[in-house]
Structure formats: C-alpha cells, structure tokens
Design a protein around this ligand. Structure first.
Ligand SMILES: [Zn+2]
Length: 292
C-alpha cells in the first residue's frame, strides 16, 4: 500500500509512520532521512543537496523528487511505502503525483492527522531526542521510563536534547506555515477520493488503531467531528444542492468563532510558557549548541 501521512508538526505522524512501516513491512520514506543518507553516501544528488545546504539555500523540489524516485526503485519499496514529511505544499503534491503516475505507483491513501493547535504546541515543546541513539521522547507525554530509560547505545540514561526549532518561539511560526502551505493538501487529496482523516489525539496505541482502521476503510476511523459534518452534509444535500446564503453565513460565522479563540489560546500559552521556561531552556540550548 502506498501511503502519505499528513499532519502538522507535533501531530505524531513520524511515530505512527515508524510503527506502520514495521507492522506492514514497507519502508517509511522520510525526506529528511533521504537527504541525510544521500549526503553521507555522497551520491550525485547527495552532493548537490550538500552544496545547497552548505550555502544556506533550500534543497529544491526537483532534488527531493529525484531522491524519492531513487528510493522507490529499491526492492523493499515494491510492496508499498509510507511517505512522511513530503509533500508539504501543492506544488510538491502535483510533482509527486506526476512522478508516481510515471512510475505506475499511484498513492492508495493519504491520512490526515488532526490535533488541536494548543495540543500541538504542548507536544512539540516537550519533545526531546537522545543525542546518542536518536530515540524521540516527550518529557510531558512520554518521558523515558522503565527499560526504555536506558540508552541502548551507552547503557546509561539517554542524553536528551531539544531540537533547535522545537521551542515555543518557532512552533507558532511552524504551525502558521503548515496552515498556509500544507493544509490545502487536504482538499487536493480529498478531491482525488483518497483522503482519510483521523483524530490523532490521545495515546499512541489508540491513534495507531485509528490509523489502521482508516487504512482498511473502517468507518470507526473517521473522527466524530468529521462524521457529524459528513452526515450533516448528506442530510442537507437532497433538500437543496447549493447551500443558501444564510446557511453559508452561519457556517462561516461558526467557523470564525471556533478558530479565533484557538489562535488566541496558542499565543497566550506560548508567551506565558516562554517566560516560565526561559532559564531552563537557555541551559539546554547551550548543550544543544555543542551537538548540532
Ligand atoms: Zn539514547
């Protein structure tokens, strides 16, 4: 099965992609990993990417697509793949579509991970990666404990680092970019009839189950909200094909009402947390600086 996982930073799609890849025996293809691997191996595309990264330029889409094309040619991708972190915008989505059509490997499903914004901020600001084994923890939601507290690389406790862009200051900006650039992909794939939406809040196991259900097409996978919207739409449609002006106005107003407080809440939380966490983070920032 060929799958794309879509979700904001902190939606947990990386974790779920990893689990899904293991359970299905298909590779998880992350463009970040592809870039790092290509640079390390010194492939022609890797050398180009390295030059771009060293000059501070963004690695362009053609280069990333070239890497995806190479990766999909590997035998383990024949049974399918999980693409995580690509596409991030409509241009990339269209380019990916073209590539996959050319390879005769069109996508089977695109799963959108839904998580409320304030929860995303909370998750991202708690995220830490072990500098030795690379395992990702969350000091707020899944701190190292029990056997998992011992680093398989060093036999000691994991050395937890915060990624430079996982602090509260940049999270709001990353979420804004996501909403502007990546969010429209939902509509892009919905129109193709391959979009599935899951509620990605709650325990990792529960989300994994919802993801599995979504991929087998079980109706339980649809989050309650989307289910209500869908059935409401179904009920409304036979009565009048086009929504009335009043109905459209009501919908727009209720959307605005829902969206506004959420945005405000994020901003307030961010500012408050920034002040509270500043001294502690400065310390880990210094440590981080030596590693990255
Ligand atoms: Zn470790």
């Amino acid at each position: 099965m060929r799958i794309v996982l879509l979700g904001a930073p902190g939606s947990g799609k990386g974790t779920q992609a990893h689990r899904l890849a293991e359970s299905r025996g298909i590779p998880q293809i992350s463009t970040g990993d592809l870039l790092r691997a290509a640079v390390t191996r010194g492939t022609p595309l890797g050398l180009q990417a390295k030059a771009a990264m060293e000059s501070g330029a963004l690695v362009d889409d053609a280069l990333v697509l070239g890497m995806i094309r190479e990766r999909l040619a590997d035998p383990d991708a024949r049974a399918g793949f999980i693409l995580d972190g690509f596409p991030r915008n409509l241009v990339q989505a269209a380019a990916l579509d073209g590539l996959l059509a050319e390879l005769g490997q069109p996508l089977d499903a695109v799963v959108q991970f839904e998580v409320a914004n304030d929860e995303l901020v909370r998750r991202i600001s708690g995220r830490r990666t072990c500098a030795d084994c690379g395992r990702v923890f969350n000091v707020l939601t899944s701190p190292p404990s029990g056997a998992a507290a011992v680093c398989p690389r060093t036999g000691a406790a994991h050395r937890l680092m915060q990624r430079a862009d996982d602090n509260e200051v940049t999270v709001a900006e990353r979420l804004r970019v996501y909403a502007q650039k990546t969010r429209p992909l939902t509509e892009f794939y919905r129109k193709r009839g391959i979009l599935r939406v899951i509620n990605a809040e709650g325990p990792v196991d529960a989300v994994a189950q919802r993801l599995a259900d979504a991929l087998t097409g079980a109706p339980a996978a649809t989050p309650a909200a989307a289910r209500v919207r869908k059935s409401a739409a179904k009920r409304a449609r036979p009565k009048s094909a086009a929504p009335t002006k009043a109905r459209r106005g009501r919908a727009a107003r209720s959307t605005a009402r829902r969206a506004k407080p959420a945005r405000k809440a994020v901003r307030v939380r961010t500012a408050r947390k920034k002040r509270a966490a500043a001294p502690r983070r400065r310390k880990s920032g210094a440590r981080r600086g030596t590693r990255r």
